[in-house]
Each structure stands twice: as structure tokens, then as C-alpha cells.
Design a protein around this ligand. Structure first.
Ligand code: ADE
Length: 214
């Protein structure tokens, strides 16, 4: 599975890719993530990626030319071109699972900035517009990472313990039960007795009773 992330702040993305589950997935060759600076596709001296809106109004709009050239260079036959926007379809676990099932997936993710993209980008160049929630962030870098992380960790061989996916929150429509580790007591706060009992049947029914439905 391959992701090409286009951003004006590549550093934000690359740092996250160096730690934890995603870093392992990349090292194992299960996912490939390439990060591109959108300014690479600018042609003017100022390397501009944004400009003022026609008709007036506040803020700056992301220009179509560098985005068009970037997609033209990176897009293959079956590429999904995704774009981050608070107005997009809200991301959820079901969608992440759908994408994770397509192991040949190649996705280009365009990270929004400023007041958004020139509408012609939405209309002509993009297949999937997604939001990570009903709030507005200052850019699409975090949403892009959310998408890549959320898909990658579902791929076979990425998480060390496949078991952790099976019982995991959301996948079975429930939120996981509370977990504890050593010490048995801290600051007067105790681990529930049933978890120390060694009685697997009781532990299982205790955990089941504390799962919340979503
Ligand atoms: N850009 C700004 N806010 C966003 C959000 N909530 N989801 C996706 N992209 C965004």
C-alpha cells in the first residue's frame, strides 16, 4: 500500500512517520509513505502555492496549478486522490477498514491550508474529500496522518499482536473495557479484585459487562 502526501509542511508529517506502529509498518515494507513539498511544483520565483480569492474576501486560497502538476506526476491508473477538508465526509473506522482491505491501494493525500482550495481542484481532481471531525484545524497535515495511521495499523503484519485488533474498540461495535497494570494499588487506588482472582471466566464476564456499545 502506498501513500503520497502533498503538503507545504513536510516536516510535520515525516517526524510522525519515524515512531511507533507506522514506522514499523514502513520498515517492514507493508506501507510506503512519500511526503512531497507542494512548492516543488511551483514555477514562479516566490514559489507561491496560494493567492487572493476572486470576488474579494478574507484569507488566501490554494492555487490549482501546483496541485494539478503534482497530481499529474504522481497519479497512476488506480490512484485515489484524497483531500483534507472540514467539509468532507467524516472519517470513521468502517471507512478505514474498507481502505485497508485494498492492499494495492495507492492514495495521494492533499493537505489543505489557508481558507481552502480553488473550487476547480475539488470539482476536477479529487475522488475523496474527508474530515476527521466537526471542528476546524489550521491545516490538513494532522487529518492526513490520521488517515494513514488508521489504515496502516489494520494491515496484516503491522501490529505485533493480531489479537489486539480482534478485541479492539470499534471493530466489534463496542468500546474496549478498562485495563490496569502493576502496581495493584497506587495512592490508595486499587485494581478491581476480579482481575486479580485468576478466574478467567469471571474476568471475561466482568470485561464484557464493562464494554460500551457505540
Ligand atoms: N482541515 C481543517 N479542519 C479539518 C478537519 N476537521 N478535517 C479534515 N481537514 C481539515
Amino acid at each position: 500500500m502506498k501513500f503520497d502526501i502533498i503538503t507545504i509542511f513536510p516536516k510535520v508529517i515525516t517526524e510522525y512517520l519515524t515512531v511507533g506502529v507506522l514506522s514499523n509498518a514502513i520498515k517492514k515494507g507493508i506501507v510506503e509513505v512519500n511526503v512531497h513539498d507542494l512548492r516543488k511544483w511551483t514555477k514562479d520565483n516566490h514559489r507561491s502555492v496560494d493567492d487572493t480569492p476572486y470576488g474579494g474576501g478574507p484569507g488566501m486560497i490554494m492555487k490549482i496549478e501546483p496541485v494539478y502538476d503534482a497530481i499529474k506526476e504522481l497519479k497512476k491508473q488506480n490512484t485515489v486522490v484524497a483531500l483534507t477538508t472540514p467539509k468532507g465526509e467524516e472519517l470513521n473506522q468502517k471507512k478505514l477498514m474498507e481502505y485497508s482491505e485494498n492492499t494495492d491501494l495507492h492514495m495521494i493525500i492533499l493537505c489543505g491550508r489557508y481558507e481552502g482550495f480553488d473550487q476547480r481542484i475539488h470539482d476536477n481532481l479529487v475522488d475523496y474529500e474527508f474530515s476527521i471531525g466537526e471542528y476546524v484545524l489550521s491545516g490538513g497535515e494532522l487529518p492526513a496522518l490520521v488517515l494513514v495511521d488508521g489504515i496502516s495499523r489494520l494491515l496484516p503484519g503491522v501490529l505485533g499482536n493480531e489479537e489486539s485488533l480482534v478485541s479492539e474498540s470499534f471493530n466489534d461495535g463496542t468500546l474496549e473495557y478498562p485495563q490496569y497494570t502493576k502496581p495493584e494499588e497506587f495512592n490508595g487506588w486499587k485494581v478491581p479484585d476480579v482481575l486479580l482472582s485468576g478466574n478467567h471466566k469471571e474476568i471475561a464476564s466482568y470485561r464484557q459487562s464493562l464494554k460500551k456499545s457505540v
